[in-house]
Design a protein around this ligand. Structure first.
Ligand code: BGC
Length: 491
């Protein structure tokens, strides 16, 4: 059985040890923003700045998970997940971001959570950084200042040493792309810096180095005794040429993809920034009269140190965009639109386009050397009046999981796990509580913030996920999976 088995038959066909998980992030659910010695994070500050978050919502209380471990674990049990992905709030354990002062009350909260999960037979999958940098570190330059690389490593060191005997699944950083672009380019997320152009690339550079240092630390110091796995979570849409017969549109799709998934995946999986990014950014920088490229360079030693710092490909995916070339705006020189026939969601950027999931999984397999992949987020939002009948979300998950199944069964993509975003409706960053991605509804008009399961839509008959023709076309991959499946069930 699995988190998402109600209404689907698909899960049967994945690996026996498949991870079925659901995800949250500290700032989005915890609340307790000043409880028991917690320091402030950049999100506390951002959300307390008028007009930054829709409706001036903030995470002061959020889902009050800081005080609701029992409730959260109870709903995880209801979902029958094998794993739970959550993040640690850096400023809850290190109020000023440095190890000079450790907040034991904060450490203790995560111990109680991890212990409750393990007692419920649910494996913790822990993200070290899901966007809530300690404000004290922002005050000394945050991700723009290279000193952050070793601050992050020290923080990781503390967490591995305190939790590594219990936690076996780690993520260093969630979505470096969004940290760099949204936080430091558009400024619509904390720290809210509007400096597109050079700054996102500097921030991205330090994020990659920080990740690599944390990975090496784990690898050298903790792996042998703690025996866990650690990686980074990279997000990307799939890019589809607006007109698949037009070379310019095809080129635009390739370009945008290299600026998106490729920005972080290429240095970590293949070594160094990809050639498309290097060439395009350099040309544009020189054309703008700059003395050199806006994209920083890695030294040869750095390239070597960063390459291979992964145990799996942690991947967040939600949607697809259509690409065609334009000469203005975005550095990649491409316009991004959605197809008007794709179903909507509660988020402007998210359209239901499941075919792109299979395509980008195949892209990862080919481009990055067939790594084991854990989907660390996938899901859909609603907004406006709420309805407990979860037809829209059930439809989305069914279609996306079936595309993932095809990638696994037919295309031999090494998919090890799937994580739904998100456990319960929570603070959807700058759009506040308005956009709801949860598998559980949180009734915000009740001070107890009760979690109520949305009712998944069950199709009357199990769907035919893979057609006869598809099975024939991909006979090798398909038959192998069945061998594995029957061997696993014999043993
Ligand atoms: C983030 C989540 C966010 C979700 C939906 C991802 O970008 O990791 O924190 O809530 O997508 O927007």
């Amino acid at each position: 059985s699995s988190a998402l088995d109600q209404g689907y038959s698909a899960h049967f066909y994945f690996r026996k040890d498949f991870i079925w998980s659901v995800s949250t992030a500290s700032y989005q659910i915890e609340g307790g923003w000043r409880a028991d010695g917690k320091g402030l994070s950049i999100w506390d500050k951002f959300a307390h700045t008028p007009l930054k978050v829709f409706n001036d919502d903030n995470g002061d209380i959020a889902c009050d998970s800081y005080n609701k471990i029992e409730e959260d674990v109870a709903i995880l049990k209801q979902l029958k997940v094998t794993h739970y992905r959550f993040s640690i709030s850096w400023s809850r354990v290190l109020p000023d971001g440095t190890t000079k002062h450790i907040n034991e009350a904060g450490i203790n909260y995560y111990h109680r959570l991890v212990d409750a999960l393990l007692a419920a037979n649910i494996e913790p999958h822990v993200t070290l950084y899901h966007w809530d940098l300690p404000q004290a570190l922002q005050d000394t330059g945050g991700w723009e200042n290279e000193a952050i690389v070793f601050k992050f490593r020290d923080y990781a060191d503390l967490i591995f040493s305190r939790f590594g005997h219990k936690v076996k699944f780690w993520i260093t950083i969630n979505e470096p792309y969004n940290v760099a672009n949204i936080g430091h380019g558009y400024g619509t997320a904390a720290p809210g810096i509007l400096r597109p152009g050079t700054l996102p690339y500097i921030v991205g550079h330090h994020l990659i180095k920080a990740h690599a240092e944390a990975w090496h630390l784990y690898n050298d110091t903790y792996r042998a005794s703690q025996k866990g796995i650690i990686s980074i979570t990279i997000n990307s849409d799939w890019t589809e040429p607006r007109n698949p017969y037009k070379q310019e549109d095809i080129d635009a799709a390739r370009r945008v993809l290299q600026f998106y998934i490729g920005w972080f995946a290429h240095p970590i999986f293949n070594g160094d920034y990809n050639d498309i990014m290097k060439t395009v950014i350099r040309e544009r920088s020189l054309a703008a009269g700059l003395p050199k490229s806006r994209l920083p360079e890695f030294s040869l030693e750095e390239i070597k140190r960063i390459k291979g710092t992964y145990d799996y490909f942690g991947f967040n995916h939600y949607t697809t965009v259509l690409t065609s070339p334009v000469n203005y705006g975005k550095l990649q020189g491409a316009g991004l639109i959605a197809d008007r026939t794709w179903l909507d969601s509660g988020s402007s950027w998210l359209k239901v386009s499941p075919f792109g999931f299979r395509k980008i999984l195949n892209f990862i397999k080919k481009e990055y050397g067939n790594p084991p992949i854990i989907i660390t987020e996938n899901g859909i939002s609603e907004r406006g009046p709420f309805n407990l009948n979860d037809i829209h979300r059930s439809y989305y998950y069914e279609k996306y999981i079936n595309q993932m199944l095809k990638a696994y069964l037919l295309d031999d993509v090494d998919i090890r796990g799937f994580t739904a975003w998100t456990l319960m409706d929570n603070l959807e960053w700058a759009t506040g509580f308005e956009e709801r991605f949860g598998l559980f509804y949180v009734n915000r008009s009740d001070p107890n913030l009760p979690r109520v399961r949305y009712v998944p839509y069950r199709s009357s008959k199990p769907k035919t996920v893979v057609t006869k023709q598809e099975k024939q076309l991909n006979a090798n991959s398909y038959q192998n999976k069945f061998k594995m499946q029957s061997q696993a069930s014999e043993s």
